[in-house]
Design a protein around this ligand. Structure first.
Ligand SMILES: [Zn+2]
Length: 281
């Protein structure tokens, strides 16, 4: 069986001002799995994840278990950051994001990975040196045996990635990786970027040139094809009313057509995703 190509895409950045000042090019680096902690600050009782994901174990916190049961997503907590407390705030961002994508859609995405031999893990972690230096809040990595969405927990709200903003963005990268594997990487890139009407992505861009917001959901989307896809899902889920208003405006018709195409591809493979794409209706 053909393996999915290894990928790593840098996270959503925490704010436009960071984007403008830090130069948020994608980071391409080998994945170095972090060793699981042997004990945590709070509750630690872990279960092994599926074969191929020996570096992460699933949290046994009740809300993590509930997420796994409803969505098939394993939540890893290698540093013991989450608690069994049902009020633990980290879980709300995970639950809200997954609810927006929908249980059946999420399960189908996860199963697409599992059936190809990959574990699917969301890991809540303290940011590593690189994340701190680059000021990114999450990361989506696909290596030989696992798709891992890293969400970096931080006391600094600007650098906290355990949010709907970051998770909705990173989960979209995971959907996109699998979808392009099925659709054909080059074909999907060609079809999707054709909606940009000849405008090329600019990795060094700091802001959208005048008029380009008819094509891209935000400044970050203009830097890179993968960030464009992830940013579309992020704005649909995190600012649904504002995005609905935009997409109803004829000026944004190119962006609307691009998002309609994205919906068509995603729903073809993973079924209805009505809540996330509600701003289209
Ligand atoms: Zn991204």
């Amino acid at each position: 069986m053909w393996k999915k190509a290894q990928k790593i895409v840098i996270a959503v950045l925490c704010a436009a001002v960071v984007f403008a000042t830090s130069g948020c090019s994608g980071i391409y680096q080998p994945w170095e799995p972090k060793p699981a902690a042997t004990e945590g600050r709070f509750f630690r009782q872990e279960e092994p994840l599926p074969e191929g994901s020996a570096d992460y174990t699933a949290s046994a916190a009740p809300r993590a278990q509930a997420i796994q049961e409803t969505y098939a997503v394993a939540v890893a907590d290698p540093q013991g950051l989450v608690t069994p407390d049902l009020e633990d705030p980290y879980f709300s961002a995970l639950e809200d994001t997954l609810a927006a994508y929908g249980a059946s859609f999420v399960q189908n995405v996860v199963n697409a990975y599992v059936q190809d031999g990959y574990a699917f893990v969301v890991a809540i972690e303290t940011p590593d040196e690189q994340a701190v230096a680059e000021e990114y809040t999450g990361l989506c990595e696909l290596d030989d045996n696992a798709l891992v969405i890293h969400l970096y927990a931080s006391d600094d709200p600007d650098l906290n990635g355990v949010t709907v903003e970051t998770f909705s963005h990173e989960f979209a990268h995971a959907v996109h990786y699998d979808a392009e594997y099925r659709y054909g990487e080059d074909e999907l890139l060609d079809r999707y970027s054709a909606f940009n009407n000849g405008i090329a992505y600019d990795l060094d861009a700091v802001e959208l040139p005048a008029g380009y917001d008819a094509y891209f959901p935000n400044d970050y989307a203009y830097t890179d094809y993968y960030e464009d896809v992830a940013s579309c899902m992020e704005v649909l889920i995190t600012t649904p009313q504002e995005t609905a208003d935009k997409l109803a405006d004829e000026f944004y018709a190119p962006l609307r057509r691009k998002i309609e195409f994205l919906r068509q591809v995603f729903e073809e493979y993973y079924g209805p995703c009505d809540t996330a794409f509600a701003p289209l209706s």
